[in-house]
Design a protein around this ligand. Structure first.
Ligand SMILES: [Zn+2]
Length: 54
């Protein structure tokens, strides 16, 4: 478990987290990104349109 940086709710982290993994906060619906693994740091994922370009 880690804490949602937006609303402070606990967010479930998978057993095998990967840096850059995206999660959704079930509490506020924010899209979160795992920024670091030791210790697990969550940040708000930048809002991206589905435009992956190159
Ligand atoms: Zn939240």
């Amino acid at each position: 478990m880690s804490e949602c940086p937006v609303c402070g709710a606990e967010v479930a982290i998978s057993d095998d987290p990967v840096e850059g993994e995206l999660l959704d906060c079930e509490e506020c619906g924010a899209e979160l990104e795992i920024l670091a693994l030791g210790p697990i740091t969550l940040g708000e994922a930048p809002e991206m349109e589905e435009d992956w370009g190159e």
